[in-house]
Design a protein around this ligand. Structure first.
Ligand SMILES: Nc1nc2c(ncn2[C@@H]2O[C@H](COP(=O)(O)OP(=O)(O)OP(=O)(O)O)[C@@H](O)[C@H]2O)c(=O)[nH]1
Length: 478
């Protein structure tokens, strides 16, 4: 494993850098997009929805509040009450005209004195403290403010859910005369809110000061909305804040963003909620898609880089380890390989054979035919020696026309060297039109266990010297 790491170190470093760069870039782009989506929801989406709903509510509810106020201050109405509620057709006509003129779904007056409920078509009923339908009147009667907005079913309108503006009527001395006002169906507001919810994938709630949901989801309470129970107190304090309140909470393992604003005219809280996890789903899908498409491309680039680096490295290794002219190992590469080579052959019982081969009278060839032809002879002999060598054996260019062979053979060292000498001597090399015979002297020995490289090479050198002085074209063993 460490050898593998060493061999592919450059490729591994480049791959890791590329992967790290890709991962970092993806991470930062994702974080940035996530931040932008989140900011746009918090800073723009939710407040803008709140603004729009708020102005729509104002448009739809503040006008009826204004109408109710006009009615409560109308001198005709007050005089008619103070004069004993005589001609009922007059009040009916008045209420009908208000209803038709302003397009409300109902208009009404309840007299404190007679407890009669007047509307456009006559007297609807006489209200009673015992009737639970009439509780609202006694609540409105006790209120400190001029009016209150109530969401209730309308008995004069087949029980439709209606927003009532209940306005107190008092005489010039401040004596309470009754409650008047108009009602409007919440269908329009509800459908507007619903459309907004659908279009922007947001939830919109309205809550009163007690934390009851109004307008939509009537009958429920804020504390029952999943994830919100811990924040009811904070939400109901939004009326004391200048700016809309921002909250973040977890609902069914989804991160929710909430914007709360108070509508003072209605004493309601408007809550706009968005599921951030859902809003980020598109981004997460994009991330997966990006990974799925760019990973194969990245792997392909990595493979190309690794192959190119490896190819170049192999070429470089070859260049630095071999002799340029003959293709044999050079001294430097040989010395680097020898420890591993020695270790491998120490395990076998037969000692490695070391042959120092030196061409005879090579100087004459150079002198006679020139250096280029001399090179060609060197190449030829080097090729022959490499052919002779088996796998795991080494042929080193030791000097100018001197080659050192490290062999592992079952034969006697002398037999090996002699066979090689004969093969060299039997060569006929053509230099231009001249056939040339060449011979070599060989100093041969065996590498004994525990012996140093210098020692064995020196012995081979002595053997070679003896071969040269013995007349050349011969083998000497030491
Ligand atoms: N063409 C060529 N000649 C080389 C190269 N390297 C060394 N030589 C030559 O090889 C010759 C070696 O000469 P010597 O050392 O006198 O040996 P020799 O002539 O072979 O004689 P002996 O070894 O005594 O038989 C010299 O002329 C060197 O210039 C080479 O790469 N190319």
């Amino acid at each position: 494993m460490p050898q593998f790491i060493h061999k592919y170190r450059l490729a591994l470093i480049v791959s890791l850098l590329l992967l790290a760069g890709f991962a970092l870039r993806t991470f930062f782009v994702y974080q940035n997009s996530r931040h932008q989506i989140r900011e746009s929801i918090i800073e723009q989406g939710l407040p803008l929805t709140g603004d729009t709903i708020y102005s729509e509510i104002n448009k739809d509810i503040l006008r009826p509040i204004f109408i109710s106020s006009l009615m409560a201050h109308d001198t005709f109405l007050k005089d008619w009450i103070i004069n004993g509620e005589g001609d009922v057709t007059q009040i009916n006509r008045y209420l009908k005209e208000v209803k038709d003129k302003y397009g409300t779904v109902s208009s009404f007056f309840i007299s404190e004195k007679t407890r009669r409920y007047y509307y456009g078509n006559g007297v609807l009923k006489t209200i009673s403290e015992k009737d639970h339908h009439d509780v609202w009147y006694f609540r409105a009667r006790a209120m400190k403010t001029d009016y209150v907005v109530d969401v209730d079913s309308d008995e004069a309108n087949r029980g439709r859910l209606t927003v009532f503006i209940n306005h107190r009527v008092v005489d010039s001395n401040g004596k309470f005369l009754g409650i008047t006002g108009v009602g409007l169906t919440i269908d329009k507001i509800a459908s507007f809110v619903h459309e907004y919810e659908k279009r922007f994938n947001r939830h919109i709630y309205f809550a009163d000061k007690q934390g009851n949901l109004v307008l939509t989801g009537v009958g429920q309470q804020l504390k029952n909305i999943s994830g919100l129970s811990n924040y009811v107190g904070t939400i109901l304090s939004a009326d004391k804040m200048r700016a809309p309140l921002r909250l973040e909470y977890v609902k069914n393992q989804h991160n929710m963003l909430l914007n709360v604003r108070y509508i003072p005219d209605l004493s309601w809280y408007l809550l706009v909620e968005q599921d951030e996890t859902e809003a980020l789903a598109g981004l997460n899908r994009d991330l997966v898609l990006q990974m799925a498409t760019s990973t194969p491309v990245l792997l392909l680039i990595l493979a190309i880089i690794i192959i190119t680096i490896q190819k170049n490295q192999n070429q470089l290794n070859h260049l630095v380890s071999t002799d340029a002219l003959t293709g044999c190992l050079n001294r430097h590469a040989f010395l680097a390989r020898i420890p591993a080579w020695k270790k491998r052959f120490q395990r076998t019982s037969k000692a490695p054979q070391v042959l120092l081969v030196d061409l005879d009278h090579f100087k004459n060839i150079n002198d006679q035919f020139g250096h280029l032809e001399g090179d060609a002879v060197l190449k030829h002999i080097a090729h022959l020696l490499q052919e002779e060598a088996h796998t795991n054996e080494m042929v080193v260019r030791w000097g100018g026309e001197e080659f050192l062979l490290f062999l592992q053979r079952p034969d006697q060292v002398e037999a090996t060297a002699e066979r090689l000498r004969k093969r060299i001597a039997s060569q006929e090399i053509r230099l231009g039109s001249h056939p040339l015979k060449i011979t070599a002297s060989i100093g041969a020995t065996e590498w004994q266990a525990g012996e140093s490289l210098d020692h064995v090479v020196a012995r081979a050198d002595i053997a070679l010297y003896e071969a040269k002085h013995g007349g050349r074209d011969q083998v000497c063993v030491r």
